[in-house]
Design a protein around this ligand. Structure first.
Ligand code: ME8
Length: 506
């Protein structure tokens, strides 16, 4: 049986249309999912939409729609974007689906029955955009400490989750599992937050109606984060153990942005502990994008719309840029100049040129027919070794979510390929028919190195790699076995590759 791998993105709010931040997490999830599939895993990749709560209700009122009409309309935009971006999710969960609502009610009821959720009264400051309560001392100059927007005082009867009860168990878990929260700097933030003391968490609201009612008391709506976080198991059919839930839970990694780490590293694990369910293996928080040096916001009108980027630069250029430009886990800046530079140097020049030069020579010197490599010289062996090492290094980096390092390691082999052409000078060899054995070996090494590179790259740049592999005569499905040197067989037909990436005006 194949080993399983379950990866999730956050489920995005439908009160906003998709932007580059959403695309970022989702592309990262896709690379992981595609890579693990290629390595032989049985992968489940989940994304979806967060459709309940006051924020969505308010947006719907403003738009003159029902919340569900709003959700139906906006969710299509997310789904269409994921399709354009080549996102290979296995499922898309909407929190308004029955499968989700049933699962949430069930887990809420279990915790009520167990006494880990109880009825009490709440009075505190509430930030509606963040859907979060704050104490007086947490406010910064009377505003929300997360988003700096005004807060309002709310007093309401509320159900509470006994989060305080799980404080020590959670601390012990985080301390015993170094990889549980990543990157490390974020893990430390969470540890100190917990050590300050966890209060019981208000998990219901009575001030609006758009959500899942509390079982047995429908004056109360389940807190949107309790509702949303549970998507990671309701999508698997929880509480039914026999299907996907039994197969894929616990999740291998929840990919999220740093803004929502506390919900994933404190609330969610304690809910699961209370329900007696296994915890996620890993929660990875990536950084935030600014745009041309500024915070991205609707009011600044600088929100980067992924469809516009795809129209202008192409899908794979966008995917590449997002994961190459900034180490995953750190903040980064989006700029058109940086993107165009990446396209011209890394994509058009390095990888595009290498493939078009190599395949053009194969066609010119051998009519596109591939011959066996006769005897490898030191230069050939160096390229072969570098290619083989790349496979191991990339695996390690992907496990660490170090996508930009994985791409750098791949690009080292691409540079090595370009250097190999200069060193072996096939055009000189081609002048003398006596060298044809040597020339065939050079062509083999050059093309085989790129075949392996493009098999790996198929996780990052699926459309590009498909074209590249087709011109390299590789029609097999990419697989772990296919990453071994020697896959290309004599007699394979190589065709001249078109430019993979056109150069852009700076
Ligand atoms: O928080 N840079 O949904 P959301 C990088 N529904 N990533 C960014 C970003 C930026 N400037 N802006 C947003 C929610 N993101 C909840 C999640 S999960 C159970 C519920 C990304 O629509 C980042 O991944 O506000 C962040 O975590 C996500 O968008 C939040 O999307």
């Amino acid at each position: 049986m194949k080993p399983t791998f379950y990866v999730t993105t956050p489920i995005y709010y439908v009160n906003d249309v998709p932007h580059i931040g959403h695309a970022y997490t989702t592309v990262a999830g896709d690379v992981l999912a595609r890579y693990k599939r290629l390595m032989g895993y049985d992968v489940y990749f989940l994304t979806g939409s967060d459709e309940h709560g006051q924020k969505v209700e308010k947006a719907a009122i403003t738009a003159g729609e029902t919340p569900l009409e709003l959700a139906d309309r906006v969710v299509k935009r997310f789904q269409a974007l994921w399709e354009r971006l080549g996102i290979s999710n296995n499922d898309f969960i909407r929190t308004t689906q029955e499968r989700h609502k049933n699962g949430v009610s069930r887990i809420f009821k279990d915790l009520l029955d167990k006494g880990d959720i109880y009825l009490g009264e709440y009075e505190d400051w509430y930030c509606t955009p963040c859907e979060t309560f704050w104490t007086e001392t947490q406010l910064i100059e009377g505003r929300c400490p997360d988003c700096n927007r005004p807060v309002e005082k709310l007093k309401e009867e509320s159900y509470f989750f006994r989060m305080s009860k799980y404080q020590e168990q959670l601390l012990a878990h985080i301390e015993a599992n170094l990889d549980f929260i990543q990157p490390k700097s974020k893990r430390n933030e969470i540890l100190s937050f917990i050590k300050e003391g966890l209060r019981d968490l208000s998990v219901s609201r009575t001030t609006f109606s758009w959500g899942i009612p509390v079982p047995g008391n429908d004056r109360h709506i389940i807190y949107v984060w309790f509702d949303a976080l549970t998507n990671y198991i309701t999508a698997l059919g929880y509480p039914d153990e026999t299907g996907n839930y039994g197969r894929y839970w616990p999740v291998d990694v929840h990919l999220i942005g740093k803004d929502i780490l506390r919900f994933h590293a404190i609330y969610w694990p304690t809910f699961l502990m209370a329900a007696g369910l296994p915890l996620p293996k890993k929660v990875f928080a990536h950084g935030w994008w600014t745009v041309e040096g500024q915070k991205m916001s609707k009011s600044l009108q600088n929100v980067v719309e992924p469809n516009m980027l795809i129209d202008k630069y192409g899908v794979d250029a966008v995917r590449y840029f997002l994961l190459r430009e900034v180490p995953f886990g750190l903040d980064g800046d989006f700029s058109h100049t940086a993107l165009v530079q990446r396209i011209n140097s890394d994509l058009a020049n390095d990888i595009g040129n290498l493939l078009s030069r190599s395949t053009a020579m194969a066609v010119k010197y051998f009519d596109g027919l591939l011959h066996v490599a006769v005897e490898l010289t030191e230069t050939d062996r160096t390229l072969k070794l570098k290619t083989e090492e790349m496979v191991t290094i990339v695996d390690k980096f992907i496990d660490e979510m170090a996508f930009s390092k994985a791409l750098q390691a791949i690009w080292e082999v691409i540079s090595a390929g370009n250097k190999y052409i200069d060193e072996t000078a096939p055009w000189t060899l081609a002048k003398d028919p006596a060298n044809s054995g040597r020339l065939a070996t050079v062509m083999y090494c050059l093309l085989e190195s790129q075949r392996i590179t493009h098999c790996l790259l198929s996780a990052f740049l699926p459309a590009t790699s498909e074209k590249a592999l087709a011109s390299l005569g590789w029609n097999e499905e990419v697989s772990k076995e296919g990453l071994a040197w020697g896959g290309l067989k004599a007699g394979t037909t190589i065709t001249k590759a078109e430019a993979l990436f056109p150069r852009m005006e700076e």
